[in-house]
Design a protein around this ligand. Structure first.
Ligand code: SF4
Length: 342
């Protein structure tokens, strides 16, 4: 007997191709897709607009993977962290962040991470493997049914892993999230965050998905950024700047630079001036995030440090927002996700 395949590992186009290759009717791929992602039905027997004979044939070919939530933690600020155990016992986390006008789900894209940013716990144990398409999509499906009737309105790839290092699976999962006959996320409601992988940014620009791009910058000084983010050695600021400028030619909306304010490291006047110079001519906004409490070898900036950095940016005419870290008390803030594997 042929081994069954997980139906959630295919975007709609691929599903149609599989249906054709198996002599199924192509449009039934769209029907099944819509049952799974729009109506959230995960057994063929309930797909009542498909003949019984075809439902049996599909059930012989496909199965539905499903995520079980191993642990849920609720923060004082209502941020919720979800821990999932994968089939091979690897563990990943997702974070649900409700706000007044929207609710964001932050998903993981890899088990571990190769890039070892010094302020990030996710990369500490190293890299294990890429997540499958189904493992990305299942984070959304499991959290969305857990938080119902609240609705997830925005999706960010800012959890464990570097999404552009798992390019194919991440972009196919995004196609699933955006398909109007399925979940139907608007393109501007999805954001991919990268530590600055140039080839990935270029590839993403060429795909023209219309989604948002966020770049973890954290310093516009070559030496400081390399210290914080070793990836800067391979992809220095000059190349990064060119890649994001090119990206904004393909996608006509501002990209976001994430900048964690870390006490005594990147918060001086000179750091602000370098940042102003770096973003000059780029259609962008800057998210300043005061470093979340004292963790790893880094410390939270004091209020004077933060204020003077903001003042400097303001005087440079740069558009920025000062963000409040969310979910610190449950280790769900940026750089705090640390699910590990066996
Ligand atoms: S910040 Fe992102 S790229 Fe850097 S180590 Fe953490 S997960 Fe990896």
């Amino acid at each position: 007997m042929q081994e069954k395949v997980d139906i959630k590992n295919y975007c709609l186009q691929e599903l149609k191709e599989i249906f054709c290759a198996n002599n199924f009717i192509e449009y039934q791929a769209s029907q099944v897709f819509s049952w799974v992602y729009a109506k959230r039905v995960e057994d063929f027997y309930s797909m009542t607009n498909i003949s019984k004979e075809m439902r049996l044939a599909f059930a012989e070919k496909f199965y539905f993977s499903k995520f079980k939530i191993v642990k849920k933690e609720l923060s004082n600020d209502k941020t919720e962290k979800f821990l999932f155990e994968l089939k091979d016992k690897d563990r990943i986390e997702s974070v649900f962040i409700p706000e007044e006008s929207r609710a964001t789900l932050c998903v993981s894209s890899q088990v571990g991470c190769k890039f070892n940013c010094k302020f990030c716990l996710s990369g500490k144990p190293g890299f294990k493997r890429n997540l499958k398409i189904s493992e990305i999509v299942n984070q959304y499906l499991a959290v969305s049914s857990s938080v119902a009737p609240s609705k997830i309105t925005n999706l960010v790839f800012m959890g464990i892993g570097e999404p552009l290092d798992n390019f194919s699976n991440v972009t196919k999962a995004i196609e699933i999230f955006m398909a109007p006959s399925g979940i139907g996320f608007g393109k501007r409601k999805i954001c991919v965050s990268t530590c600055g992988l140039i080839e990935g940014i270029e590839k993403l620009a060429r795909l023209k998905l219309g989604i948002k791009l966020s770049v973890s910058l954290h310093s516009a000084d070559e030496a400081i950024r390399t210290k914080l983010m070793p990836v800067n050695k391979k992809y220095p600021l000059k190349e990064l700047s060119k890649a994001v400028k090119d990206f904004t030619k393909y996608e006509k909306y501002p990209i976001t630079f994430e900048y964690a304010l870390i006490h005594g490291i990147n918060t001086g006047k000179e750091d602000a001036r370098k940042l102003i110079k770096f973003v000059h001519g780029i259609n962008c906004k800057i998210n300043l995030i005061p470093w979340n409490k004292s963790s790893l070898e880094f410390n939270q900036p004091d209020s004077m440090e933060t204020e003077s950095f903001c003042r400097e940016l303001k005087s440079g005419g740069v558009f920025f927002t000062l963000r409040k870290p969310r979910g610190q008390d449950i280790n769900a803030a940026c750089g705090q996700l640390a699910a590990s594997w066996s």
